[in-house]
Design a protein around this ligand. Structure first.
Ligand SMILES: *Cc1c(COP(=O)(O)O)cnc(C)c1O
Length: 240
């Protein structure tokens, strides 16, 4: 198997090439290594290679890995950020606020309120992303870009003083045509511009979009955070 360091270098090269094509600066983009379904040792290897931002999608799974990483002193020696990128049930808000640096998948006002309460109790301000549904399928989570709930959320945001809406996030529908992803990414960017115009006091500037199969397209369309799993850690084993 190709060592992690080498895979990271290859991805870095592709990110830089995409930034060049788009006339963007590499420093305006962040790479998130999606370590879900991989063991804590994979995170340790990535940290050693210089990765500082990770994505996980299950509370219980990361709770386990987090204890292992703490025992190894990973958090003590490095400034590591771990974001939740999976669907979060609002009854797990308290635990999620304890173990994650940020929640990138806020998909309801109820969840935003629960996270705000939990963050208040922990005495912190929690960075969040609003997950937007652009595929239209019933199975996908995310806020309807044209729906009332998204508007309410942004109107309520200044009162929810323990969460800080950093930006928007999306997962495009599964499709072999890369242009489908491109049009989703473009719509997310346009939505951010529209929302920024209507809510000038919010600093909702980040766009979390792009995964192993489409991150270059996402960078061309304005992504500020790409979430890469398979291309860095290899194919995930089926979960048991
Ligand atoms: C798993 C996952 C990723 C990473 O996907 P890859 O195709 O393995 O890069 C990115 N974002 C979300 C929300 C995920 O669940």
């Amino acid at each position: 198997m190709i060592p992690f360091k080498q895979r990271l270098a290859a991805i870095e090269e592709r990110i830089e090439a995409a930034c060049d094509r788009a006339g963007r600066a590499r420093r305006d983009m962040r790479l998130m290594a999606v370590s879900k379904a991989h063991p804590a040792s994979a995170i340790v290897e990535a940290v050693e290679a210089g990765v500082t931002l990770f994505g996980e999608n299950r509370v219980q799974e990361f709770e386990r890995k987090r204890s292992e990483l703490e025992a190894l002193g990973v958090f003590a020696s490095q400034d590591i950020e771990i974001h939740m990128i999976g669907h979060l049930q609002s009854n797990k808000s308290g635990k999620a606020v304890e173990i994650f640096s940020a929640i990138d998948t806020v998909d309801s006002l109820r969840l935003a309120e629960r996270l705000n309460e939990a963050a208040d109790k922990s005495g912190r301000v929690l960075p969040v992303f609003l997950e937007i549904k652009l595929g239209g399928e019933a199975t996908k989570t995310g806020l309807d870009p044209a729906g009332r709930e998204l508007q309410e959320m942004l109107e309520r945001a200044p009162d929810l003083s323990h969460i800080n809406v950093r930006g928007l996030m999306t997962v495009p529908p599964l499709d072999d045509n890369p242009e489908t992803a491109r049009s989703c990414f473009r719509r997310l960017r346009e939505l951010r511009e529209e929302l920024a115009g209507r809510h000038p006091t919010l600093d909702c500037s980040e766009l979390s979009m792009g995964m192993s199969g489409d991150f270059e397209i996402a960078i061309e369309e304005g992504s500020t955070l790409v979430r890469i799993g398979t291309a860095l850690f290899g194919v995930r084993e089926a979960r048991v």
